[in-house]
Design a protein around this ligand. Structure first.
Ligand SMILES: *Cc1c(COP(=O)(O)O)cnc(C)c1O
Length: 684
């Protein structure tokens, strides 16, 4: 096999060939997604052609490949820009060649990874979690590789019509323009693996995504040798047809293990992140089977290498399959034995059941979720609470402020509460100035986006311009953006329309930002968006509420950074963890949330607001309105002589100090490295 470093250099050289020589450092940076979260990374490319930068989804490979020559030459003549790119490129080279720290070698299997918006192979929180863990492992030098699928049509894109009806569409990625590297054999031909699906061998190529020291391997069946159906296996994430989804899971689990084997990558731990890749265990066992041995015996032997994380107590996230459905993706091993391993309570085969029965340990993703999962699956299940990758999610102005007060290299000590003590030394005015800046940036973004979305929906002109005219950087912004799943209860916001409208039109009003995609098959969730749209007739709604279409990672970064209050109102106990509130907290946003998932651990009485919910919609909506009217808005407006809301800022300070160290991915990575991955881990 050609070395990964050689494949990297070859691909970079091919791209560098197409740009002026001075931009060769840009070409080198483009293939290491480490740039995406290093200060100054974004500006290196934005400077070349800002519009193309945005329209390409901030895809550096695409920008360099398609920008007009005049722009490339202008950038090449900018010595400052070239110098900054050279420094970044050298820093990334150094990180890539640094040795891994000692410890178990981990393969992290997941159906989605959210590393950057230019690589649309994620749907929501699960992908963000996987992407953030991979980045954190890369930063810490933990020897972890990701294993996933390259969906060339991604997750769906969202459009809303005037009634709030969601329409889905898909865009085809050009693989040669993605920041991915082919895995090649000695002769330079693509390395391929085969998986038996529906009675014949399906071929899959392996792509690699470089993130600093870490690699993410992605399988891709969209190759000429395969028929159209087989090529479609890796087309769409969470595709509607369940037979296709099962094929994807077989490819991910079985194909993933084969890919690692084909590349000679040995692992001590195979981490099944959510049930989707559970068939990896069957393939590992098959590889370890002695002639005449039962699969069960081999599974018992590989069990010590397998760990499992469950992410959802929602039924749709724990699918079951008929025996004959599973038969289509099982080959070379006795079907009956596989079925037995994954047999659930109702007698049907489930990937979660399989993952639980083949793994040496299982964990949930928050303390309350641990209890829920134990009751649900009737097994010992521990928990590692989720965290978010700080360099990705802390907005640059907040990062710059903390860099000045928290000391050299503080972000590498982010999981130590002592690191955050110096937040107390930041003057109120400086913290508040950062919040004002972030809100302002968000308001600019909303003005542009709301106008663009409304034009595309064919709205009347006054409505088109309403938010663009009136969204105000001095008015508190309340945000609610996430997947629109039923249990997340978007509709609670308008449970009492009169009170909701009252908040928008009060002397001290609120502005509300909404965003999120409903799963194409989740009809009830889709109607929630339509219900929100029924209030559009009131002019104040057009001015103070915007539903931004096509929520993705880039939009999430802007929203979590700029919203003053981040609302989460799930029906407990269905929010396993939730992570967007952690992101908001890192930017100085305050959480107002139901005590479920991570917030039941994070809330301490002083660092945000909480709703102790019993799941009753009317009661929880009342609690939400009460908090906004009586506490949040008044506190936002209680200003001192310098126009600083002292109590509100005190809450921000408490939030940063309490949430920063506990819900960053470095704490999460340390937990996995101590409690889950070692052979002697306490969590078994
Ligand atoms: C963080 C994130 C999520 C997860 O948000 P939750 O609050 O956990 O539901 C979903 N989508 C995107 C794009 C995100 O960045």
């Amino acid at each position: 096999m050609k070395s990964h470093a050689q494949c990297f250099d070859d691909r970079v050289a091919a791209l560098a060939n197409r740009v002026p020589a001075a931009l060769r450092f840009h070409a080198r940076i483009a293939y290491d997604l480490g740039w995406t979260y290093r200060p100054g990374g974004d500006e290196l490319f934005r400077a070349i052609e800002p519009q193309l930068w945005e329209s390409s989804g901030r895809n550096a490979v695409q920008l360099l490949s398609t920008a007009p020559l005049s722009c490339l030459h202008r950038a090449a003549a900018d010595d400052g820009l070239v110098g900054r790119a050279e420094a970044m490129s050298r820093a990334l080279d150094e990180i890539r060649s640094a040795p891994f720290s000692p410890g178990p070698r981990v393969a992290f299997f997941c159906a989605e990874f959210a590393l950057h918006q230019s690589l649309a192979i994620y749907g929501g929180g699960l992908g963000v979690l996987a992407g953030d863990l991979l980045k954190e492992a890369a930063d810490a030098g933990v020897d972890l590789v990701g294993v996933g699928l390259l969906y060339h049509r991604g997750y769906f894109r969202q459009r809303l019509d005037r009634s709030g009806r969601q329409h889905e569409y898909w865009t085809e990625a050009s693989k040669e323009l993605l920041p991915i590297l082919p895995v090649l054999d000695d002769s330079g031909a693509p390395l391929a693996v085969e998986v038996f699906i529906r009675g014949h061998a399906v071929r899959a190529l392996i792509w690699r995504v470089q993130v600093g020291r870490a690699s993410l391997f992605l399988l891709d069946t969209d190759v000429e040798e395969n028929g159209s159906v087989d090529r479609f296996i890796t087309a769409q994430l969470y595709v509607a047809d369940r037979a296709f989804r099962l094929m994807q899971y077989a490819l991910l689990g079985i194909g993933g293990v084969r890919a690692l084997r084909a590349m000679g990558i040995e692992r001590d731990v195979f981490h099944l992140n959510e049930g989707h890749p559970a068939l990896a265990a069957v393939e590992l066992a098959r590889g370890a089977m002695a002639p005449g041995e039962e699969l069960r015996a081999a599974v018992a032997r590989v069990r010590d290498k397998l760990v499992f994380t469950t992410h959802t107590p929602v039924a749709a996230g724990n699918e079951h399959y008929e025996d004959d459905e599973l038969a289509r993706v099982i080959h070379d091993v006795p079907l009956a034995e596989v079925l037995t391993l994954g047999r659930g309570e109702e007698g049907k085969f489930g990937m979660t059941e399989l993952a639980l029965s083949v793994s040496r340990s299982a964990n949930a993703v928050s303390a309350v979720h641990g209890g829920v999962a134990r009751a649900m699956w009737k097994r010992p299940i521990g928990h590692v609470t989720n965290g978010v990758h700080l360099p990705t999610w802390m907005a640059p102005p907040m990062r710059a402020l903390l860099d000045r007060y928290l000391g050299e290299g503080w972000s590498r000590r982010a999981s130590d509460p002592a690191t955050w003590r110096a937040v107390d030394e930041i003057p109120d005015g400086e913290l508040w100035a950062v919040r004002n800046e972030l809100r302002s940036t968000l308001v600019d973004f909303v003005r542009v986006r709301s106008e663009r979305d409304r034009l595309a929906r064919g709205e009347p002109i006054d409505y088109v311009e309403a938010a663009a005219r009136t969204f105000d950087p001095r008015v508190i912004v309340v945000g609610f953006a996430r997947r629109v799943a039923s249990y997340k209860r978007l509709h609670l916001l308008i449970h009492d329309p009169a009170r909701a409208l009252g908040l928008l039109s009060a002397a001290h009003p609120i502005q509300v930002l909404l965003a999120g995609k409903a799963h194409p098959q989740d009809e009830p969730a889709k109607t929630f968006i339509e219900r929100v749209f029924t209030l559009k007739g009131d002019p104040v709604v057009g001015r103070r509420v915007a539903y931004l279409e096509d929520y993705d990672l880039a939009m999430a970064q802007t929203l979590v950074a700029g919203c003053d209050v981040w609302v989460n109102i799930p029906r407990p106990p269905l929010e396993a963890s939730g992570t967007s509130g952690m992101k908001a907290a890192l930017c100085g946003g305050l959480n107002l949330a139901v005590l479920d998932g991570w917030w039941s651990e994070g809330y301490d009485g002083a660092n945000g607001w909480a709703i102790a919910s019993n799941g009753d919609d009317a009661r929880d909506a009342t609690a939400l309105y009460d908090l906004l009217e009586k506490q949040v808005v008044p506190e936002f407006h209680a200003r001192d002589e310098h126009d600083v809301p002292r109590a509100f800022v005190a809450r921000i300070r408490a939030s940063l100090k309490s949430i920063g160290p506990r819900f960053c991915a470095s704490r999460m990575l340390a937990d996995y490295a101590r409690q889950v991955w070692p052979a002697t881990a306490p969590l078994r």
